[in-house]
Structures are given as C-alpha cells and as structure tokens.
Design a protein around this ligand. Structure first.
Ligand code: GRF
Length: 205
C-alpha cells in the first residue's frame, strides 16, 4: 500500500492547502464539482486531479462505486474528506474503513450537519470549534481523532466565527492525518487512542 493521501473536495480547498503546506503526501484530489477552487490549487501544485460529477450517475451507489475505484487506483493509506459535500453510502465507508477521515466545523457531537456557525451563535455557546473524526455511515458521527476549541466572542457574526474556526481546522487536520499515516491511531470501543498520548485537543484563544 502506498503511503499517500487522496483528498476529496467540493469547493474552496483551504483544508487541502493546509495538508499540502504541512508537507503531507497528497497524491490526488478528486472533486464532485468541476468549479471547485481547490482543483486549481491541486493543478498548480502538480497534484493529480479529477472531477467526478455526481449528477452523471443515476444512483448514489453508482457514484460511490466509481469514486471508490478512482480512489483505489492510488492505493492510498488515507482518504481525507476536505469539504466534500456528499453523503457517502455504507458500502463506500466500509471500503475505506479505518483510513477515511472528515473535518467538521463544530465540536461534535454538537451541531452535526450544515450551518454550524449560525447554529452555534443561535444557541449561545461560549466555545465552538472543529472536529476531525473517522467516517462512519452516520453523517458527522464516528470516532473523534482531535478537536480544536475557539471562543465565541460577543461581537461575532457568522463570518467572523467561521474564520476563527477555519484557522483552527488548518491546525488540527494535518496533525490528525499525519497520525493516521504514521499508524498511531487505534479505535477502541468507538474511541480513538493516539499511541503516544499526544494531545488530542487544541485551544485556539
Ligand atoms: C470546512 O469548514 C470543513 O470543516 C467543512 O467544509 C469546509 C471546507 O472548507 N467540512 P475548505 O474547502 O477546506 O476551505
């Protein structure tokens, strides 16, 4: 198996950029949208890139099978979702079990799904953040690898809070992916253990 990473994106690609800038071996970038800005970054870096339009497939299973084949061509050690806006089928998740990570912009299990920053503001939480987790069939669940907490400040709006969380995302995702590539992550009874007990949290104040 190669030691490389395949990254799945749908848009901006700032987490992809953070992984590459951290020196991680991103071998290929696959997007379900041709207009994803992250594709331009991949091309500029000389990283293989491909577009797989989900609309070209009649069923979710067919798209996920084709996506899985495109990924498997690289025999990656890690498959990272970096703003990939698709719900994945249980078959896809099983195919890449143990090497499939996602980053989500909230402190899970709070605020799974969309619009996390607006929901955090509406709930009045004082601490918000981001989570890297192994992907399981249930959306935004799965064993938690690392979390970053950021304060929610009195004059925050959605954009300010999102920007603060995004900076934290860029700190924790490379760290988590590196741990996975180094074989340091064990899942025990639904919980992730890092084998040298490195800190699995960041407070970005
Ligand atoms: C990030 O906020 C990530 O947590 C979420 O989607 C966003 C992707 O941003 N899953 P980018 O494309 O990495 O800039």
């Amino acid at each position: 198996m190669s030691a490389g990473i395949v990254a799945l994106i749908s848009g901006r690609g700032s987490n992809l950029r953070a992984l590459v800038e951290a020196g991680l071996p991103v071998r290929a970038v696959i997007s379900n949208r041709a207009d994803a800005a992250g594709l331009e970054f991949a091309r500029a870096q000389g990283i293989d890139s491909a577009v797989l339009e989900h609309r070209s497939y009649a069923a979710r299973e067919a798209f996920d099978a084709a996506l899985g084949d495109a990924i498997q061509a690289y025999s990656p050690a890690a498959v990272v979702l970096a703003g990939f806006m698709r719900i994945l089928t249980p078959g896809f998740v099983a195919r890449f079990a143990g090497r499939l990570l996602n980053i989500h912009p909230s402190l899970l299990p709070a605020f799974p799904g969309l619009d996390t920053h607006a929901r955090a503001l509406a709930a009045g939480v004082k601490v918000h953040g981001a989570t890297v987790h192994f992907v399981t069939p249930e959306l935004d669940h799965g064993p938690i690898v690392i979390q970053a907490g950021v304060p929610v400040l009195p004059d925050d709006d959605e954009a300010r809070l999102a920007a603060r969380v995004l900076r934290a995302e860029h700190r924790i995702y490379p760290r988590a992916v590196r741990w996975l590539l180094e074989g340091r992550l064990t899942i025990d009874n639904g919980k992730v253990i890092v084998n040298d007990s490195a800190a699995q949290y960041v407070f970005d104040i």
